[in-house]
Design a protein around this ligand. Sequence first.
Ligand code: FES
Length: 463
Amino acid sequence: GGLRVPEQRYRIRFLPEGVSVEVDANTSLLNAARNVGIDIMSVCGGEGTCGKCLVRVLAGRVRQSDRVAILNPALRAEGYTLACQTFPLENLTVEVPVESRLDSTDVVIRHTEVEVPEYEVGLETYQHSPLACRMQLTLRPPTLTENASDLTRLLAGLRRVTNDARTSHVTNTKGCIFGGTERPIGIALSALRELPNALRDGDWKVTVTLVNCCDRWEVTRVTSGHDAQPAYGAAIDVGTTTITVYLVNMHTGETVQRLATYNEQFVYGEDVITRIVYATRNEDGLEHLRRAALRTINQLLDHAINAMKISRDDIACAVVAGNTVMTHLLLGIEPKYIRLEPYIPAAVTYPPIKAREVGIGIHQEGHVFTFPCVASYVGGDIVAGALVSGMGLRSEVGLFVDIGTNGEMVLGNKDYLVTCACSAGPAFEGSGITCGMRSVRGAIESVEVNSSDLQILVKTIGN
Ligand code: FES
């Protein structure tokens, strides 16, 4: 509570950078710092309970909430305060000590530094039946007597691919794994726009990308000539702490790239609850979180695209799995009610969407499929894990355990599956600890005692 003077603006200068920002009287020092790219630790998401966002006001008067009382009086006497609970009353000079900073290497580390496990167990349970494929077609050109439209020609060619290539418009179907020809075939408007010139520029040779969505194939891209590049798909694991991207060759099923890095949402709070709080209490908070996850995903996709020397248009579709809150945040859906009794998510199944609707950096007409969740705290990541493990097909009772920031387990077999979840985060994030730290730069990684001279060698992360 206290004084609210929204029309008045103040200049805040942050040290040691010396950068300044102008904010109104209701902008916390934490948000002001974020506005100029200074990331301050906010484990509790700005609730004033974790005490990690310590800054020192060197000049200027401030308004503080009662929550700064959690600080040691000696620190307060030196000008230290909680950035999330402090607001300007005049122009300020504020020092951000190194202990309060989120080391950028804590937040985004190079993909090569993160070990990405290979999950092969259980995949043999499923037949290779990809969501997307790419085909090279050679169509017969129209004549005055055979004057079907370009689209009719293309669709007829596609339908006959697996029936009888010799008697159809199609004379070449290299690289095709186009299953389920009984399914209807449609075309995206953007692909239809590409079609007339692609056919003629390529002398009736075209490369067609199709995505299988809702029991129907959709042509999402048509390019002239024969392009030997297969269609790729991206599998995206949106974790609270880490985001992992797998790039898969849709024709062979082979995973060709595995990349991971920390979820940039980290700067807005370390667990799902603090992120919901951030999304709820801050203007555009949900959009900030959505964009942070998106930046991380697209950064990883760019790495994969560069490594494979392909274009983002070669990635025909993506599948996303995350816990229920992460899924809401990525899709920009209000997450507030997940946190409030009786803990109701907006949805547990999500419609297929186009990449352009969410900004995921694959072919913009490509489909993005989101794994269904079970409940507010049992998300699509656990559904994906249980599915891939094949435990729901077996007679033996199995246990699937996902120890993440949000921890879940599934127990059961082909007759039943029961699941539960809890916050395992504090064990990994150190949010409730007074001594020690998370396993980030500076944390002790190993201790060795030399048996001859009893010298102790301590190695820290980041050396
Ligand atoms: S006390 Fe300020 S972010 Fe936790």
